[in-house]
Structure formats: structure tokens, C-alpha cells
Design a protein around this ligand. Structure first.
Ligand SMILES: Cc1cc2nc3c(=O)[nH]c(=O)nc-3n(C[C@H](O)[C@H](O)[C@H](O)COP(=O)(O)OP(=O)(O)OC[C@H]3O[C@@H](n4cnc5c(N)ncnc54)[C@H](O)[C@@H]3O)c2cc1C
Ligand code: FES
Length: 320
């Protein structure tokens, strides 16, 4: 009887022995996807078999993924890692060509062509006694390992997560089990308190006068709002920046961010910075630089998908 770990796949319940498939995959290129879960129409989780990465990863680091041989490089945060099982977890939001292509093609048993990392500096956990860990939208996944690390260091952890609506909520069970207090915020009030994560942070600040640090991950506009909320109280606020990255190793300069009077590279100097020092308007401007090209790439890709779905199978004459 096989004694290895079993893979999970919401859409494919057939269990596969991971130790066996690792042996078989030793000759194959890339990194096998051993688990997948779909949280909503746009958000999905992938567990990747990558024992060395799982041993080396620290909270707050990221990887550069190349989905297939001709794919582009995209940075994704290591949302979780487990050195016992040898897996790293990525949570992805399908926003454009590559992330939508991955949503369609990344199934249990398929392989990612490249997974480089762990990259970036880990978050400094330090000696904070009371911390608010804030995740908005997709930031909910990457804030989880930080909440866990703060908890393991002995801090009192208040988790604050924000979603548009109840249907998009995920990992609330993980946060409940890890945090001392947990506040869900939804824009429409369908789960937890009604409002943005800033409402949840304000509530935590009103109830606790002794918070040492706020750590926030989410869209730039959200992190800017968090930094403005905590600035008057001079409450240490760490944010995780998501500029456009190409190599992820400090070579291309694409991920330049303005922090105080310095220009830094988010991939090697970050991605975590003092939120009160970050120039968020510059970050948001830089993120908009390739909007036209990104739209075109997505349109071309979905047009090609529709075309191939409707194309008749090749006739015997045209087959070689
Ligand atoms: C350090 C870091 C960690 C990230 N972690 C996650 C994560 O855990 N999960 C997740 O879903 N997303 C994460 N992102 C964002 C993710 O990289 C982009 O959503 C992805 O690259 C979009 O590619 P696309 O082709 O699907 O969409 P596109 O249509 O090409 O782009 C959609 C939007 O994504 C951003 N983007 C595009 N290319 C890049 C790039 N090379 N680098 C950074 N941003 C880009 C732009 O703002 C763009 O407007 C992270 C980004 C960074 C920098
Ligand atoms: S991604 Fe190229 S320098 Fe940071």
C-alpha cells in the first residue's frame, strides 16, 4: 500500500501518491501542481511540489512563476509553505492574460515551467507584542503566514481582512484558528462588519491603545488608506508593494519605488516598506504604464481561445 501523501484537487478527487509522482517526475521539467482549490470565479489556490523552496521560504517572500516554456514571468507571493510536505502555496487572482491562462491550465498533475525563489526580503517579525495584520482582497492570502509568524513569536495578533462581498471570503477558518481576534469587513456588509479594512483597523485601534505595529497587504489604494489612518497616531505601518517586476533580482529596474527620499527596488530592497514613507501615487502611476498593452494581450488571448474552441478538428488531409 502506498504510504505517501495524497494530492487534493477540488475538481479531481482521484488521489495520487506524491512520493511516487515525485520519483516519476524527476525526469520531467518544472514543478508539479499537487493541489488546487477554487475560492471564487477569479481566485484560485495552487499547491506546488517544491521541497527546497518549502524549506527555504520565509513569511513575506515571493516567487517568479513562468507557467510554460513560452509564458511570461509573473511575481506571486508565497501564501503558505510546509517543509514537512515539501509544498508551497500560491493564491492567484485571474486579472489578465497570464493569470487567466493559469486559471484555465493549471490542474493537479500539470507542471509549472519555472518557479524561482524565494525572492525578496522576509518580513522582520521583531519583538512586537501586539500586531494588526491586514489583508485586502488578494492580500488576504499573503498576510496569513505573517499573522502566523507573529503569533508564533508570542505576539497578540488581530487579523483584519476585507472583501467586496461574502462570496469572495476565503481562509476565514485559518485566521480564526491563528489570530487572537479576527475582524472580517465586507463592502456590502454581507459578512462581518460593513465597510473597508480601515473600519476594522479603526475598531482595533479604538479597543487597543497598545498596538505596536500594523502590517498591511492589498491593493495600493488600500495600503495608502491604511497608512493615512495610522499616520496621525505614528503607529508603525508596514506595507507590501506590488510594482511591475520582470527578473525579481534587481537587474531590470522595473520595480523602482519611491520610499522617503530614496528610490529602491521592491524585489531586492522589499517588497515590505514603511507605509508612511511610500509614495503610493507614484506606484499607482507606474502600475498604469502598460494598461493598453495588457488589455490587448488579454483580448488577443481570449480571442484565440474562442477561435480554437470553435475550430473544426483538422481534416485527415491536413494532418501529417
Ligand atoms: C511582489 C509581488 C507579489 C505578488 N503576489 C501576488 C499574488 O500572490 N497573487 C496574485 O494574484 N497576484 C500577485 N501579484 C500581482 C501579479 O504579479 C499580477 O497580477 C500578474 O503579474 C498579472 O499578470 P497578467 O498577465 O495576468 O495580467 P496583466 O493584464 O498583464 O496585468 C494586470 C495587472 O497586474 C499588474 N502586473 C502585470 N504584470 C506584472 C508583473 N510582471 N509584475 C507585477 N505586476 C504586474 C499590473 O498592475 C496590471 O495592471 C504580485 C505582484 C508582486 C510585485
Ligand atoms: S524586478 Fe527587475 S529590478 Fe526588481
Amino acid at each position: 500500500m502506498a504510504t505517501g501523501r495524497r494530492k487534493r484537487d477540488a475538481g479531481n478527487e482521484r488521489p495520487v501518491d506524491i512520493a511516487e509522482s515525485r520519483r516519476q517526475g524527476e525526469q520531467g521539467a518544472g514543478f508539479e501542481i499537487v493541489g488546487r482549490q477554487d475560492f471564487s470565479d477569479v481566485t484560485y489556490l495552487l499547491d506546488i511540489d517544491h521541497p527546497m523552496m518549502a524549506r527555504a521560504a520565509k513569511p513575506g517572500q515571493f516567487v517568479i512563476v513562468i507557467p510554460h516554456e513560452h509564458g511570461e514571468r509573473i511575481p506571486l507571493t508565497i501564501a503558505d509553505f510546509d517543509s514537512r510536505t515539501g509544498t508551497v502555496t500560491l493564491v492567484v487572482q485571474a486579472v489578465g492574460k497570464t493569470t487567466q491562462e493559469m486559471q484555465r491550465d493549471c490542474r493537479v498533475g500539470t507542471r509549472l515551467f519555472g518557479v524561482t525563489g524565494p525572492l525578496g526580503l522576509p518580513v522582520e517579525i521583531g519583538n512586537a507584542k501586539k500586531v494588526v495584520c491586514v489583508g485586502g482582497g488578494l492580500g488576504v492570502a499573503p498576510i496569513f503566514p505573517l499573522a502566523r509568524a507573529f503569533k508564533e513569536s508570542g505576539a497578540y495578533v488581530i487579523g483584519v481582512v476585507g472583501f467586496r462581498t461574502r462570496d469572495l471570503v476565503f481562509w476565514d477558518d485559518r485566521f480564526q484558528a491563528t489570530c487572537d481576534e479576527f475582524i472580517i469587513c465586507t463592502d456590502d456588509g454581507s459578512a462581518g462588519i460593513e465597510g473597508r479594512v480601515t473600519e476594522g483597523i479603526a475598531l482595533a485601534m479604538a479597543n487597543h491603545g497598545d498596538i505596536d505595529e500594523v502590517v498591511a497587504i492589498g491593493p495600493p489604494i488600500m495600503m495608502k488608506a491604511v497608512a493615512e489612518l495610522t499616520r496621525p497616531a505614528n503607529l508603525k505601518t508596514t506595507v507590501s508593494l506590488n510594482p511591475i517586476m520582470v527578473d525579481g533580482t534587481g537587474m531590470c529596474g522595473g520595480c523602482r519605488v519611491k520610499v522617503g527620499d530614496k528610490v529602491l527596488f521592491a524585489c531586492v530592497d522589499g517588497p515590505h516598506f514603511d507605509g508612511h514613507q511610500v509614495d503610493f501615487d507614484d506606484l499607482m502611476n507606474r502600475l498604469r504604464r502598460f494598461t493598453t498593452e495588457e488589455k490587448l494581450a488579454t483580448q488577443r488571448w481570449s480571442h484565440a481561445c474562442r477561435r480554437s474552441a470553435h475550430e473544426p478538428p483538422p481534416s485527415p488531409e491536413t494532418q501529417v
